[in-house]
Design a protein around this ligand. Structure first.
Ligand SMILES: [Zn+2]
Length: 318
């Protein structure tokens, strides 16, 4: 597959709602940008990669003049089989990207004028999935790990979340069943560089078995000591921002089974908090959307299920 995304395509992306309206006024405007993002401006056959293609069906499909295969604008991407115009998707991406605190499904439903909440939900989760894709580089070289209990919907029930944070840098969050050594190990191996220096509190789940060869300081602090100099301050800071975000944007109404998707969105935003310009964030999301595999409803529901990061490794010896 050809992925020749120009490095500076995001520069062209609107930064305000007014700019957005002007830049993406028509479906054709969006299509041109999409073709630039997906194929570097030259649409290619999905079967044989030939760029000798005809435009058919009002520009939504390309027919290959070498092998006859038809490639639609969205086939093989996150938006495969969408019935809605790209213009609506661009609008949704812009709305999601420009709000510093994100957007709830209900808000998106209202803004986009969707008849059903289910549509808004699936759009939101698809775009979240695109955001998550960018989080593949492990954290390092100095990483703190801690955990938090995050409120379930309107009750005393709390969900456990593992938090890894670079000092004043990026974060990763995982919704987990428990914090035993195996779980801690999977979290560390998935998110933290093998040679990173790790700081934790005194929790017994962090040791040679879960952290491997990573240099590790387990620092047990009293409340007073922590006030003076908190050893896992980046984690504590992240947790308090996370709780505020869940309460503010989502009114705390996050279903347990979707918690991981929300954690991923929070991390995406948090890790880009120093990125200049909403246009750049929106452009990054489109970059991810064009390379993300299709996500039909069944798979979407499966992906947003509890502890998705960990299920794939459950066949490993306990
Ligand atoms: Zn072809």
């Amino acid at each position: 597959m050809t992925q020749t995304m120009p490095d500076d395509l995001w520069r062209d992306f609107p930064k305000t709602a007014t700019e957005f309206e002007a830049r993406f006024a028509t479906e054709e405007d969006c299509r041109a940008y999409w073709i630039e993002a997906r194929w570097g401006g030259k649409p290619a056959c999905a079967r044989c990669s030939s760029t000798r293609v005809w435009t058919i069906r009002e520009g939504t499909t390309f027919e290959c003049s070498d092998c006859g295969h038809q490639t639609s604008l969205t086939s093989g991407t996150l938006l495969e089989k969408t019935h809605k115009p790209l213009k609506m998707w661009f609008r949704a991406i812009f709305e999601i990207s420009t709000r510093r605190t994100g957007i709830s499904g209900k808000d998106l439903q209202r803004i986009m004028g969707f008849g059903s909440y289910k549509t808004a939900w699936s759009w939101l989760h698809k775009l979240r999935a695109a955001m998550v894709r960018s989080m593949s580089d492990p954290l390092g070289p100095f990483v703190q790990i801690d955990e938090a209990l995050v409120g379930g919907k309107g009750g005393p029930h709390k969900e456990l979340v593992l938090v890894a944070a670079e000092a004043n840098g990026r974060v990763r969050l995982a919704h987990v069943e428990n914090n035993d050594k195996d779980t801690c190990k999977r979290f560390a191996d998935g998110q933290i560089a093998a040679d990173a220096n790790v700081v934790t509190d005194g929790h017994a789940g962090y040791d040679k078995k879960s952290l491997g060869e990573r240099p590790h300081d387990a620092i047990v602090q009293t409340k007073a000591e922590r006030r003076e100099s908190d050893a896992v301050q980046s984690c504590h800071w992240t947790i308090s921002l996370l709780k505020r975000w869940l309460l503010g944007t989502h009114a705390g109404a996050v279903r347990d089974k979707h918690l991981q998707a929300y954690l991923d969105e929070f991390a995406f935003r948090h890790n880009r908090r120093k990125t200049n310009g909403v246009g750049r964030i929106a452009a990054r999301v489109i970059e991810r959307v064009v390379v993300h595999e299709p996500l039909p409803m069944r798979k979407l529901i499966d992906e947003t299920r509890r502890c998705r990061w960990f299920r794939s490794t459950q066949s490993a010896p306990a």
